[in-house]
Design a protein around this ligand. Structure first.
Ligand SMILES: Cc1cc2nc3c(=O)[nH]c(=O)nc-3n(C[C@H](O)[C@H](O)[C@H](O)COP(=O)(O)OP(=O)(O)OC[C@H]3O[C@@H](n4cnc5c(N)ncnc54)[C@H](O)[C@@H]3O)c2cc1C
Length: 537
């Protein structure tokens, strides 16, 4: 193992599944090499997450992965891949779906829901991460972690028992719901914990007699027990994901449970291995909700399920995990490059933890209905769009924050919210969105008469030795960002609005410099957050 192992890396990522691999990809986009350690010998060939909400597709689009993701999705239209509830698969289906049955998302996003399976996605992520300079090692686990003011030091062990030491400037713990790193850091979690355990299987069977031409994305079934789920794994009509909330009762004869769920008593059922070569056909995992009290310590950050566990209802767990990695990557990149101070990385927790708290509450609200858990005390389910597109960050990395005024589902330029999507040229068919402007450096959008802001931000960027791209918007595009002719909007590399000016007011050079210093934690005197920034918003 030691022969090929880097001993010193900018970022060490513990866990090579959805979150860890996404982090390696996003760090790679920013030119930061990482080392990913994955305990398993390979990607888990197990049907887990079954689709990406549009915002997750947007961030993978920034990393050049959207086309590859769409190529690996079933060919059915989103409308055909509707989630339904029914007593058995053969009986009447009642539509349940929010996103998958929705109208095309064109107006709000260039991306739609992508029904890709997690193992397919992880294969793409490994390839992309490696092509961007990451080292992804399977069969290697973290056994101990320590840190001082400058370094994280990790003891790692390969499958053959060989041990080695790796030093990194930062570490991302993407080691899943039972995160050993979280426990080693002494970080407690709160929440209801495990609600029940779910058993899942990969089934090969011809379900066409039950479907009779109907297509589904996922079916939530009442038989043989509430909490039964069934959905297609590919386009063939032969491969199915089967899940049950009663592993204790299903264990004795899993095939009989599949027959009862489909309503086809004579069905031929074959259970396939979930980890090739392992003989494992039934996997169980916890359905529950838990949120880490802190998102890390010092140079170590928790991300994905290591930080937050939530029921899969609504697909919010995957989105939250992917956006965690996306939020952290650009911040670490700027800090490692010396372009930003360390407090920029610390804004990760201030921004992402409230999002996970909200997503967890909403996943629970959906779990209550989907799995008929009346005793679960939840808030009412909110509109899914507000969860996908309507988050608002409040931190020092949002210098123009205007506090906690309500956020509309599709905020247009409000500091702390995702910058809106507008097709750049509605007459051509390039499909270029304003979202395609974001990804690496901060971007300043200005109105048609916004030269003064452009000059001021160029000057400030030069002073701080950072790159900021400037774009002048056509009036109709500017309008959809709530931007007047003399206005300006600063957008961060993750596509979230940092600061907004309605007009040219006061001393733009001074304001632009203050804004960049605050965003990048580059205030030379360590003085409190500059109050005058608010006057511009
Ligand atoms: C069996 C199962 C079924 C699921 N089904 C669904 C579903 O139907 N729908 C849904 O939305 N979500 C589902 N989920 C949840 C979804 O898969 C997770 O939200 C998502 O995988 C989170 O990704 P993650 O990378 O944060 O954590 P994980 O996927 O848990 O990955 C953590 C990785 O870290 C590795 N690791 C742990 N410790 C170490 C160490 N010390 N050294 C090296 N590597 C380490 C693990 O081997 C693992 O690969 C399921 C999860 C599981 C486990």
């Amino acid at each position: 193992m030691t022969g090929g192992l880097m001993r010193e890396v900018p970022v060490l990522v513990v866990g090579g599944a959805l979150t860890g691999l996404s982090a390696a990809v996003f760090l790679g986009v920013h030119g930061v090499p990482s080392l990913v350690l994955e305990r398993r010998d390979d990607i888990l060939a197990h049907p887990r997450l079954r689709g990406l909400l549009p915002r997750a597709v947007e961030v993978y689009r920034q990393a050049g992965l959207e086309r590859a993701i769409l190529d690996r999705c079933p060919t059915a239209t989103p409308r055909e891949l509707v989630s339904v509830s029914a007593r058995t698969l053969a009986e009447e289906h009642r539509p349940l779906s929010e996103v998958t049955a929705g109208e095309p998302t064109d107006a709000r996003s260039p991306c739609a829901f992508a029904p890709i399976a997690q193992d397919e996605l992880e294969h793409l992520l490994v390839d992309r991460a490696r092509s961007l300079g990451a080292r992804v090692l399977f069969g290697v686990e973290l056994v101990a972690l320590a840190q001082d003011a400058d370094w994280v030091t990790a003891r790692v062990r390969s499958r053959c028992g060989a041990e080695d030491t790796v030093r990194a400037r930062y570490a991302i713990a993407a080691d899943g719901a039972s995160s050993g790193v979280r426990r080693a850091l002494g970080i407690a979690s709160r929440g209801p914990g495990t609600l029940f355990r779910m058993a899942t299987m990969h089934v090969r069977a011809d379900l066409s007699p039950a479907l009779r031409g109907r297509r589904i994305g996922m079916a939530y079934l009442g038989e043989p027990a509430p909490g039964t789920t069934l959905g297609p794994l590919d386009d063939s009509g032969e491969h199915w994901f089967f899940g049950t909330a009663r592993p204790d009762r299903c264990d004795a004869d899993p095939a009989a449970w599949v027959r009862a769920a489909t309503g086809l008593p004579d069905l031929d059922v074959e259970l396939l291995e979930q980890v090739p070569g392992s003989g494992t056909k039934v996997f169980t995992f916890p359905i529950g909700a838990r949120l880490a009290r802190d998102y890390g310590r010092g140079r170590v950050f928790l991300a994905g399920d290591a930080a937050h566990l939530m029921p899969p209802t609504g697909g919010l767990g995957g989105l939250t995990a992917v956006e965690d990695a996306h939020n952290l990557a650009w911040k670490l990149a700027l800090v490692l490059r010396g372009a930003a101070g360390p407090r920029l990385a610390a804004t990760y927790e201030a921004e992402r933890r409230p999002v996970a708290e909200r997503a967890t509450a909403q996943a629970l609200a959906r779990a209550r209905v989907t799995w008929r858990l009346p005793d679960l005390d939840t808030e009412p389910a909110a509109d899914i769009d507000s969860l996908v597109f309507g988050n608002r960050y409040t931190s020092t990395a949002v210098p123009g924050s205007t506090g906690s005024t309500p956020v509309p589902p599709f905020p247009a330029g409000t500091p702390g919210t995702r910058a809106p999507h507008v097709y750049v040229d509605s007459d051509d068919d390039t499909g270029l969105s304003t979202l395609d402007l974001y990804g690496t450096d901060p971007v300043l959008l200005v109105g048609s008469a916004g030269d003064r802001w452009a000059t001021a931000v160029h000057r400030a960027a030069g002073l701080l030795d950072v790159a900021v791209e400037v774009y002048h918007l056509d009036p109709d595009v500017a309008e959809q960002h709530n931007l007047g002719p003399r206005g300006a909007l600063l957008v961060r590399p993750d596509g979230y609005c940092a600061w907004y000016a309605r007009d040219v007011d006061g001393d733009p050079d001074r304001v632009a410099e203050d804004v960049l210093r605050a965003l990048l934690d580059r205030d030379p005197h360590g003085s409190p957050f500059p109050q005058r920034l608010h006057q511009q918003a």
